[in-house]
Design a protein around this ligand. Structure first.
Ligand code: BGC
Length: 734
């Protein structure tokens, strides 16, 4: 992480001293290109028409291509815009030229975009990539996205999304690193390093944006945008953790969440934005609202009108308004009438200018001709990194009869419409990919195996084709059925009340099983699914998520055994939807679920998740032994032996958990405290060492005091959060 030099700080102050109130507020205004014409209905209705199916996506695209857009050139010229969402480098340069050469002070614009899991080279969705447990990989993919987007003029990513999320009904679990604050924090740090830390040229880094601050992942019942109520100790020990880690790693910006936290929408939440983020954590960058969120404070019932919402947001510490124009329209008057102080405006403008300075935009505002051409053809380095990330994110859930890996000569019936799509491999929130760079599962399988025949048979939507199902059975030595969710079924505004396989895919699997041929189920989805039936009846299951442009190759190479699967689950999978939220690190109860009736359980669902956090199989087997825990000065020194008992070389993720057995607040039954990936050849054994700093063994109370309490701790190590070795140890923090 690198901050501003004294000289850069002085430059910011000098510019600030020359700015009018209107220009300062201009910096606080982010706009998107507005659609101003070209069709007969309002733009919002057009979006609704596409969403509810009145017009197809293709028709929408065709209409949009005829639309006229307003890029707010006049406002830019007047210094009334600080940021825009645009990704076309030619347009970026055109608008930047107006800002730099035609506005009074020549302050450059900052162009931001949702680059959540890749720009041109789309890599796995975050919930999948986090399951690689490979922080070096996470950093490298972020660095790749930074370079690619900066070559298009996008210097600010609305990423990483670091919301801890434990309810798989929420569609946005796809965008974040899963249910665990420790893994999520390591993910946050790796992403910040990758996006921000290579300053060898201004073309190699962007400003990151930690989002959505805060606790958005805990929206009630997994329904998007819903209310969040939680005890503050739960907030501090879980949901705040990933943001804390990201801020420490140097994140330049933060986006506030849509939801309220205990009654106060994050957009106007002074406690969150000022007291915690800026004052206590010392966050030096700027905070942007989520899209239209300032206006939504009126509907939320916390502000009387737009102006009131703008005043409340500014006072709370919201530096930039995404998309409403409320700051632009109302803050000048609010300052003049004394409702908002000039210090508030100065602070926001200073923070925004500082990030622009840090990005080098004052000296290098434009995208060069050379940069624009750089990724016309994706470099091999990028596509192979996207593929490596995809391969490392695949989780083998079940391989009962060792059907996998498949022989390259096997006659494979590849089934399911998802298998034949380049669009559906990409995942939610990717907008800069090109179809020519994508490899569908069908294409990947045909390249990897000699005898592959594709039979659509059915998919997440629509009917089943009986003739194709019969033909698939007739041809096959083995059936590979690709089932799951379309991209549109996860991501923002895509909560689901039932998270089983959508449509008629269960029937499809039943019919395929009836052919008597072995069935390998390859899942393509954006959230944990409830797979009780599939786990009971389908012998082989591979979780392949939405893996990005090289998904086809990655899946094929795992199925053929060229790649030994090593991904682990970053989120627990429920058996049935009604168990949601289900997560391994839940607080204990006085009556933990058991066989007896009066315990914390459902009458009609299993006690625990179907597949726990950290779980994943491979084509070999690892055994654990000899867990040792020794108390040293300021830390516990822990070691465990892990051995590859099988016949394939592989990489195991050794996981370290802890439980504070008795404390002044109820603590989780287990908490991840470390992990390490180890490569092991067949028969090889290694001893893995962890140092658990005592400082990291405490927890926050409801007033955010960090407590280290002497007493009994349990230390666990193993290959997932359920199957672990355990040692007890008395710890004193004196
Ligand atoms: C999402 C954000 C996103 C923003 C800008 C919002 O709807 O919640 O995650 O960054 O739009 O596209």
């Amino acid at each position: 992480m690198q901050g501003l030099t004294a000289e850069q700080k002085a430059r910011v102050e000098k510019i600030l001293s020359q700015m009018t109130l209107e220009e300062k507020i201009g910096q606080m205004n982010q706009v998107s290109p507005s659609i101003v014409g070209g069709f007969d209905v309002p733009f919002e209705e057009l979006i609704e028409m596409m969403t509810d199916g009145r017009i197809s996506k293709e028709e929408f695209g065709r209409i949009m291509s005829t639309a006229t857009q307003d890029f707010h050139e006049e406002e830019i010229r007047r210094g009334e815009v600080g940021s825009l969402m645009v990704q076309d480098p030619v347009k970026v340069n055109e608008l930047q030229k107006i800002a730099v050469e035609e506005s009074r002070l020549g302050i450059p614009l900052i162009f931001g975009l949702d680059v959540i899991h890749g720009f041109r080279s789309v890599y796995p969705i975050a919930i999948a990539e986090a399951g690689s447990f490979d922080t070096e990989l996470m950093e490298k993919t972020a660095a790749m996205a930074a370079k690619e987007s900066r070559a298009s003029g996008v210097a600010w990513h609305f990423a990483p999304m670091v919301d801890v999320a434990r309810d798989a009904r929420w569609g946005r679990v796809s965008e974040g690193p899963g249910e665990d604050p420790y893994l999520g924090s390591r993910f946050a740090e790796a992403k910040i390093r990758g996006l921000q830390d290579d300053h060898s040229t201004t073309e190699n880094y962007v400003a990151a944006c930690l989002k959505h601050y805060a606790a958005y992942g805990a929206c009630e019942s997994g329904r998007d945008y819903n209310t969040v109520g939680m005890a503050m100790n739960v907030f501090y020990n879980n949901y705040l953790k990933t943001f804390e880690a990201g801020v420490k790693a140097g994140a330049q910006t933060v986006m506030a969440a849509f939801n309220d936290l205990n009654g106060v929408p994050c957009t106007v939440n002074k406690f969150l934005l000022r007291d915690i983020l800026k004052d206590s954590l010392g966050f030096p960058g700027f905070v942007v609202s989520d899209a239209n969120a300032i206006r939504e404070c009126v509907v939320h019932g916390i502000a009387e009108d737009d102006k009131d919402a703008g005043v409340k947001a500014a006072i709370a510490g919201m530096d930039m308004d995404m998309g409403t124009g409320i700051y632009h329209d109302h803050l000048v008057e609010a300052v003049k009438s004394g409702k908002v102080s000039l210090e508030v405006i100065d602070e926001a403008a200073r923070r925004i200018l500082s990030v622009k300075m840090w990005l080098g935009l004052f000296d290098h505002p434009y995208v060069s001709e050379e940069a624009m051409k750089r990724y016309e053809v994706l470099p091999e380095e990028h596509t192979s990194l996207a593929q490596e990330a995809a391969e490392k994110s695949i989780v083998l859930l079940k391989n009962e009869d060792n059907v996998l890996p498949l022989s390259k000569d096997a006659k494979i019936s590849l089934v399911g419409s998802l298998a034949d799509s380049r669009e559906e491999i990409i995942g939610a929130w990717a907008m800069s990919w090109q179809e020519k760079d994508c490899v569908s599962i069908r294409e990947g399988m045909e390249a990897e195996f000699k005898n592959v025949r594709y039979f659509a048979c059915g998919g997440p939507e629509g009917d089943l084709n009986m003739n194709e199902i019969i033909a698939a059975g007739d041809y096959a030595d083995v059936i590979v059925a690709v089932c799951g969710e379309t991209v549109a079924m996860s991501g923002e505004a895509s909560s689901r009340a039932s998270i089983t396989l959508p449509g008629r895919q269960k029937e499809l699997l039943e019919m395929l099983m009836q052919t008597g041929k072995p069935v390998v189920l390859v899942l393509m989805n954006g959230r944990p699914l409830a797979l009780e039936w599939e786990n009971s009846y389908v012998p082989t299951i591979v979780e392949a998520w939405h893996l990005g442009i090289r998904m086809g190759n990655a899946v094929a190479r795992v199925l053929s055994g060229e790649v030994n699967p090593e991904g682990r689950l970053s989120s627990s999978f429920p058996a049935v939807t009604g168990q949601c939220p289900v997560y391994y690190n839940h607080p204990n109860t006085g009556r933990p679920g058991s066989k007896s009736k009066f315990t914390s359980r459902y009458l009609d669902a299993p006690l625990d998740s179907l597949y726990p956090f950290g779980y994943g199989l491979s084509y070999t087997h690892y055994s654990y032994d000899n867990l040792q825990v020794k108390e040293a000065a300021g830390a516990l020194e822990i070691s465990v032996d892990v051995k590859n008992d099988g016949e394939a070389a592989g990489r195991e993720t050794v996981q370290l958990y802890m439980q504070d057995v008795a404390a002044s607040l109820v603590r989780p039954v287990k908490e991840l405290k470390g992990f390490e990936k180890v490569a092991l050849n067949p028969g090889e054994k290694k001893t893995v060492h962890f140092t658990l700093a005592k400082q990291d063994m405490g927890f926050y109370d409801n007033d955010r005091n960090y407590l280290l309490e002497d007493g009994l701790f349990r230390i666990y190590a193993g290959g997932n959060s359920r199957e672990v070795l355990m040692q007890e140890v008395q710890v004193s923090f004196a």
